[in-house]
Design a protein around this ligand. Sequence first.
Ligand code: DGJ
Length: 657
Amino acid sequence: MYSSAYTPSGTRNLLEPAIQVIHADDNPSLDLKYIRHEQTSNGPDVVLTTVHLKDPEYPFEVTLHYKAYQHENVIEQWTSIKHTEPKAIRMQKYASANLYLSSAHNYYLTHFHGDWAREMNAEQIQLSAGLKVLDTKLGTRADLFQAPSFFLSLNQPSDEDHGEVLFGTLAWSGNYQLQFEIDPLRNLRIIAGINPYASEYILPPDTEFITPSFLLTYSNHGLGRASQNLHRWARKYRIPHGEGNRLTLLNNWEATYFDFNEDNLTMLFEDGKKLGVDLFLLDDGWFGNKYPRNDDRAGLGDWQENTEKLPHGIAYLVRKAEEIGIKFGIWLEPEMVSPKSELYENHSDWVIKAPNRAEYYYRNQLVLDMSNPEVQNFVYSVVDGMLSKHPTLGYIKWDCNAVIYNAYSATNPHQSHVYVEYVQGLYKVLDRLRIKYPDLPMMLCSGGGARVDYGALRYFTEFWPSDNTDGLERVFIQWNYSFFYPAIATCSHVTNWGTQPLKFRTDVAMMGKMGYDIVLSKLDANELAFSQQALKLYARIKNIIWLGDVFRLVSPFEINNDIASLMYVSENQDRAVWFTYLVSKRYRAGTTGPIRLKGLDSGKKYALQEINVYPGTDNSSVLTEKNISGDYLMTFGFNPVVDERRTSVILELTEIR
Ligand code: DGJ
């Protein structure tokens, strides 16, 4: 009974259920019996298995779906629930997945918690008898404190190359719950799905409720293989244009904040062109007239150009940027509203807030009620309006900075549906937008990476991992994101945060989807030449980083490691890019010997060349090897010579044919 594929509640079950319902006749018991199963092929290497379950006493059915991506070794699992009882039933819990693991003696759970500017801190625990719960109740930007992703090592903690490990992540951009229960037989039950917290769902007859997907991959070769599986799957099956191109960009957020006008924006376009990026991204602050968006206390919801800052409107900016020779993109935060806005004044019933409670603000703003179809249409029309008016607009940064307080809808007949229907409403809008604009690059953002998940990444080409853009911090933050998300989707910008040299910050940006957020006029001649060169270099190597497999070589999180080192290897192992960073300030910190590479072909010979070298660097210190075998590099290794004089080093490996 503990091992049910989808544990019902209120009958024989004594442990955590996957589903809990109250039938139309108020009976709170559920039993689910196997009826039949089918398997269908969903394209090459993709097999969908569906298992049909039914309550013997009620016309109540559950279908379990397991989609196996055989080549990537990823399983996507979700559940659909329906009934034909005389009236609606109440669902109190409706998980996506229910797993039972009985093959190990011990289970080590690694999960990731954080907050603004300090995302993705890993913590590993050995699971003990009883329940461990990871969850969020924040509603939107839901994973601010806890990511919906984890890994679980069997028997003993895994490392990059060894150990049995299961990676799991819930594709849902709202409240989730992941439960880990060591049962009386010392086996592990995992239940993953929407958080039942304040979310009883009333399901009418003949209506299907489909849960979000839970994704998992298993590796018996440690963490590295599991990340590669998930990245390959995400690029091929989930992220729009996951195997395609991305635009480098210059963003003005850290350069100007809210303080800009047409003239200085035009100068920034020139800067972008001079630097060599593909696109200029205008950030927050361009809108609102009655309540101008000159700081973060007003204007959200009033998506009209501020006539003082932009007298000739967006159309002028798009045209100007294009004349200068770069594309133009824009920031929106369409799900949000400032209390000081015309939108709030005219549609206060569109705002999530309790009628009889004080309003609570997060970043001085409130959240629109995405469960309301009128609000969905408004949000759709904000984005669609922008894109229809400016058909050559090249990019949208979709921000989301508030959590949901006082979860209450003025229009939803079921208050307990608000959290769930918020996310469903958001996805409906994004579905419509993606049908109309399938190729538009869109960044999934919130003040920090507190929103990324594989539900939202069905619609977004990339995500913003953290507002913390200090190069050193990003080495750590991006390291932990890399367990679950591929580099092509991981935005990484060169900014002025922190004390790292420009080369270090640029090298860090290169291990993701590169961009800039700096004031170009403050760069000296060397810095400018270096940055221009870096963008050209990036264009040459980006496909190895974006589409290759990641190999994490030396973790910055391990005590006594002065460095972080990781590499990307192309699928046919003919090219690789290897990044190493100094992460310690201790006396004589640095590499002390060779680092063993991974993922190369031991039978191949490679040329090895240090790249992204800063202008004026003494040539004799630049590393080059003309002919070195994969076998040698992987068994003996190579020293990238990282120390306080060379705090970051990139080496390119190319097969010699
Ligand atoms: C939070 C984002 O993370 C920043 O990059 C910036 O867009 C601000 N919001 C703007 O308000």
